[in-house]
Design a protein around this ligand. Structure first.
Ligand SMILES: Nc1ncnc2c1ncn2[C@@H]1O[C@H](COP(=O)(O)OP(=O)(O)OP(=O)(O)O)[C@@H](O)[C@H]1O
Length: 272
């Protein structure tokens, strides 16, 4: 992680303010989101429905008969020790890892039928990857890359795409760093850029894999306020964590995994 400079720390303090100030913006974004995505046929399906899923990787059973339902507007933490299967579970939810048995529905669609899933309603912040020094992409470009995709490739080019990327950077308090290359940002700032990238399509569900890992306390607190504002605005959250830490106040439900299974009794809403 890059050494934090005095300037970084100043930015972080401003960012914390920005994150607090973004609550109204997040609420407005959410109202827009609900309006944009609702239709008479939209029965608000559960964002996540995992039913009796097992996953085998190599010769190992990594998930064993796991069920998990996340309702609209919930904030669920997936907890458990190293290797318990948390990342595999979210990757399975997102269709990145195939289930050997059981079913996975994302926003009401069978995730194994990828073209049916409304991907623009789902944001994903993977476990942190370090960008190698010298990557020339700016924060704005990284966030804007969240708009690329096979669907409607013509729709969000040019000025409108830039504006959407800027709006997402503003939500995470980094509009003033938009033109900085990502490799000069601190670890916490880089993490916020990845969150902005996941938010740029204005999703209903945000899946985060250890968003607080490896970043300092000020950045963790700032990230927590950003996520709290978004959650208050109606965003459903599924967050992989080792400890709830700064996110404790926005976690509505904890699900504990151990050896690829949900620990019996750990999830009050467990159902097959
Ligand atoms: N591609 C793979 N092939 C074989 N085994 C794998 C593969 N990916 C993950 N595993 C194994 O699956 C188990 C669960 O891994 P996973 O990354 O889901 O755990 P985790 O709970 O997210 O761990 P951590 O807290 O360390 O990130 C581990 O034992 C891991 O070694």
């Amino acid at each position: 992680m890059p050494t934090r400079t005095g300037e970084d720390k100043g930015t972080s303090a401003r960012t914390a303010d920005n994150a607090g100030a973004s609550a109204g913006q997040a609420a407005r974004a959410s109202a827009h989101r609900r309006h944009a995505h609702s239709s008479p046929l939209d029965a608000s399906p559960d964002p996540v429905r995992v039913s009796r899923v097992s996953v085998v990787l190599g010769s190992a059973v990594v998930l064993d008969d796991v069920s998990l339902t996340v309702s609209p507007g919930e904030s669920v933490a997936l907890l458990g020790s190293n290797g318990s299967g948390k990342s595999t579970l979210v990757r399975t939810v997102l269709g990145l890892v195939p289930a050997a048995s059981g079913t996975v529905q994302l926003m009401g669609a069978d995730v194994s039928r990828r073209s049916r899933v409304p991907w623009d309603r789902v944001g994903y912040v993977p476990q942190r990857v370090t960008t190698s020094a010298g990557v020339p992409a700016t924060a704005l470009e990284v966030v804007g890359s969240g708009l690329l995709g096979p669907r409607h490739p013509w729709r969000d080019r040019g000025r409108r795409a830039r504006q959407r990327a800027m709006d997402a950077l503003e939500v995470v308090g980094l509009a003033d760093r938009a033109r900085d290359p990502v490799h000069v940002l601190s670890g916490g700032q880089a993490q916020r850029v990845l969150i902005a990238r996941a938010l740029v399509r204005d999703p209903d569900l945000l899946v985060l894999d250890e968003p607080l890992a490896g970043i300092d306390r000020a950045s963790r607190e700032s990230l927590a306020s950003t996520l709290a504002a978004l959650h208050q605005g109606g965003l459903t959250l599924v967050t992989v964590l080792h400890e709830t830490g700064e996110l404790t106040d926005i976690i509505g439900r904890r699900v504990l995994l151990s050896d690829g299974r949900v620990v019996p009794g750990s999830d009050p809403q467990e159902r097959p």
